[in-house]
Every structure is written in C-alpha cells, then in structure tokens.
Design a protein around this ligand. Structure first.
Ligand code: HAM
Length: 420
C-alpha cells in the first residue's frame, strides 16, 4: 500500500536508480562549466512576476498561458521561474557583477515551472542546467557556449543529437524581416487564432507543426535573407568557429524559439528518439534583454539544457549510468553487541573515505546478507557471537564467496588494502 497522496500532476521527480543518472549528468555539467571558467549562481525559485512578463515577453505562450503566478501573503505577485536567463541577468545587474571583468560567466541549475499539458518529456516541474556569458558581443563566446553543451552531451555518451542553428537578426534588421513575413502570412488561409498570432508574434507561425500550416509557409521569406551586414558577419564567424572546433550543425533558417528575447545566434539541440518533445536544449543571444528589464546595454548569450530530456535520451541510447550508487563494504552484525561494534567500524570506514553501509533492526543472517547483495558491496563484514568472543570478524568476498577471519582491530586496514 502506498499513502493517500500522489505528487501533483505533471511534476517530474527522480528516485533511485534513475536519480543516479540525473546526478551524474548534472555533476558532469558542473565540472565542464568550471573547466571553462563559469562560476556558480544559486538563485531564487520565485521572482517578481513583472520580471518574467517584461523579460520573457508577454506575447509568448510561456508568459500568457504557462506561468505559475500567485499573490504571496504580502499581496505581491510572485511567479515560479519558468526559465533561468532573466533571473540570472537580474541577479548579475543587482549585484553589479557586470561592473567587473566582462563577460560575466555564470551557470545555474535547478527546477523550473511551466503549466503545460503534461506528457512524456514535458512536465510542469522540470530541471535545467543553464549557462550564460554576459557582456560580450564576440562570436567566439557564442561558440564557446555551444561547444560546451555539445561536448557535455557527447561525454554523456549521446551520439544521435543534432544541433540546429539560425540567426534572428538584431534590432535593425529584424523589424524589416518581421514586416515582410507578416505581409506574406496575411495572404494565407489561416484560422482565427493563427491570424491573431501573425499580428503578435509572426515568427512563431513558422514553427507551427500542423501540416496544413506547414505547407502554406513553405515559401515564406526567411530571416537569413534579411540579416544586416553586422548580423551576417557575426553569423558567418559563428559558423566558421564551430567548424574549427569540429562541432557539426544543421543550418535551420526556420528555427524560432519560444521566448521573445532572442537576437542573432539561436540554436536548439534535438534528439531523434524522443518523439514530440525532441528539444533537449536550446539557447542563443539576447543582446537587448538587459535594457528590457531596465538595465544598461549589455549583450549576452547562453543556453538552458533540459536535464529531464537528457536523461530520457541517455536511456533511449542505452548509455544511462548502469547502477545505483554502490558501497564497497557492508556490515552484518548478529546481536546487539555486534551491532555496536559494526556501527563503529562502518563509521570509521566512512571517515577513512571508504563507502560503507550496514544492516539495521536486528536482522537475521539471511535478511542481512540479502541487504549486502543488494548494496552492491564487494565485501561483507560479518560479526556473530562466536566471532565477538574471539575478537575477530569474517570478511567475505561477495563475488567469490571466500571468507577469512580478521582481528577486529585490523579490519579497516585489511579492507583498505583489499580495496586498493
Ligand atoms: P527553452 O528552450 O524554453 O529555453 O528551454 C530549454 C530546455 O528546457 C528545452 O530544450 C527542454 O529540454 C527543457 N524544457 C523546457 N520546458 C520543459 C518542460 N515543460 N518539461 C521538460 N523539459 C522542458 C530556455 O529556457 C532559455 N532560458 C534558454 C536560454 C538560456 N537561452 C539563453 N540562455
């Protein structure tokens, strides 16, 4: 019997053994970020609602339909973060990090919240690793971040990912493109909701998955043909440097993203085995976002990678970390006095850096040995009444079944030797 309660609908949670894969992926990311000079940020899970409304963009689905927004007890409107970027930028500006060395290179991780229709790979509480480089316009920084993500996926063992790359232009050239696209879209046979979207957020119409819309937008003007000289030069440099680092990509002139702040470089990582929710991660530049939230002009680039979909991809490619966390030694005390001795021994092993666990609740030999097997330990230390009287314990090799008696005061030393 379980309890009377279940987790709220659509949330994703991790428990053993899957939580090990999740943790391994997140830890590997932390190491990669630190190797590339990114510092860690720990941010609040909720922010002033207006930060997201202004930063993420009111015309996006995320802001208009998916935010977890409520008034707190002091009557302030609070929103659970639907993404990290805007909060990262808020924090960087608030604490003046942009007044030091640029770019400010930071990363963060944790849950994000979107009230979406829950399905495989799409959750209402999900997890990201997020990385941002703020205060540089250099295309090399774009590529540093993209390559970091690419190498992380590759080091996790994922081989089937593809990187889709586009540029969305800047404040100069995007409006010209937007008008041209709107003009084209207004001439199509679209339903009312889509026609409304043409007026508010025309780029999103290019992203419509319905075949009848897809067929009609086939000949739509493409942003690539409208990029200004500076944006085109930036994009060419990004492509050149990606080649230098041997990161393969697919040019995708129809790629648009679900958040409004993007400028210039935009990209997404897709995994072919994940069905409808194939976007495992994405990112891009947001050169106007700082000003949108009341800050100084400050370009930025970064990404958010979905840990949930990364774990699903690892499972689909059968590269998920095979086993739950394992201990090396498992203590099997038989009787109260033996329990006290083993308890001290196990604590001592842990202090000496050896992973150890033991059986509790006065379990009999059979039950306790089952625990030892399940723990994945290489050795069991069995202490019965007769052993106690002799001042020794049985050290059993759980792979071969071989067992030797070792004096109690030498056990830690012998185990250390055996575990090498
Ligand atoms: P995003 O594309 O909205 O970008 O989210 C990034 C990734 O988070 C997605 O590719 C996906 O793997 C995961 N994700 C998003 N929503 C869900 C969900 N409901 N369930 C499971 N996974 C989900 C951003 O969030 C931007 N802040 C990325 C960024 C950082 N751009 C610049 N800097």
């Amino acid at each position: 019997m379980s309890s009377n309660f279940q987790a709220p609908k659509g949330v994703n949670e991790y428990f053993p053994p899957r939580s090990e894969t999740y943790l391994a992926a997140r830890d590997a990311f932390a190491a990669a970020a630190v190797r590339a000079g990114y510092s860690y940020l720990e941010l609040p899970v909720f922010e002033d609602t207006r930060l997201f409304a202004r930063g993420v963009g009111e015309s996006t689905d995320v802001v208009s339909k998916e935010m977890y927004t409520f008034d707190d007890r002091g009557g302030r409107s609070i929103t659970l973060r639907p993404e990290f970027t805007v909060g990262v930028l808020r924090s960087v500006l608030q604490h003046g990090l942009h007044k030091g060395e640029l770019p400010v290179k930071v990363w963060a991780t944790g849950p994000a919240f979107r009230y979406e229709r829950a399905q495989a790979g799409r959750y209402r509480q999900f997890y990201q690793v997020d990385l941002e480089a703020i205060g540089s316009e250099d295309p090399a920084v774009d590529v540093e971040t993209i390559a970091l993500a690419w190498d992380w996926y590759r080091d996790l063992g994922l081989t089937r990912l593809s990187l889709h790359l586009n540029s969305l232009g800047c404040r100069e050239c995007r409006p010209v493109y937007r008008s041209a696209l709107q003009e084209f879209l207004r001439g199509l046979d679209l339903d009312e909701a889509t026609r409304a979207r043409v007026e508010i957020n025309p780029l999103r119409v290019l992203d419509d998955k319905r075949p009848e819309v897809r067929a009609q937008v086939e000949d739509a003007p493409l942003v690539m043909d409208y990029l200004c000289g500076a944006c085109k030069a930036h994009h060419d440099k990004v492509r050149e440097l990606l080649s230098d680092l041997s990161v393969p990509w697919v040019d995708d002139p129809r790629l648009v993203r679900g958040l409004d702040y993007y400028t210039r470089t935009t990209y997404e990582f897709d995994h072919p085995l994940l069905g409808a929710q194939s976007g495992v991660g994405g990112g891009g530049r947001y050169d106007g976002l700082s000003e949108d939230i009341g800050g100084p002009p400050l370009p930025g680039i970064g990404f958010g990678l979905g840990l949930d979909r990364t774990v699903l991809a690892m499972e689909a490619e059968e590269v998920a970390a095979a086993a739950a966390s394992r201990v090396a030694v498992y203590g099997v005390p038989l009787g109260e006095e033996a329990q006290r001795k083993i308890f001290g021994l196990v604590a001592g092993l842990r202090r000496a850096g050896i992973a150890a666990d033991m059986s509790y609740d006065g379990k009999k030999l059979k039950g306790a040995m089952r625990g030892a097997d399940r723990s994945g330990a290489a050795y069991a230390v069995i202490l019965g009444e007769r052993d106690l009287a002799e001042g020794a314990a049985q050290v059993k090799d759980l792979a071969t079944g071989d067992q030797v008696a070792v004096p109690l005061d030498r056990i830690a030393e012998v185990l250390k030797e055996k575990l090498g």
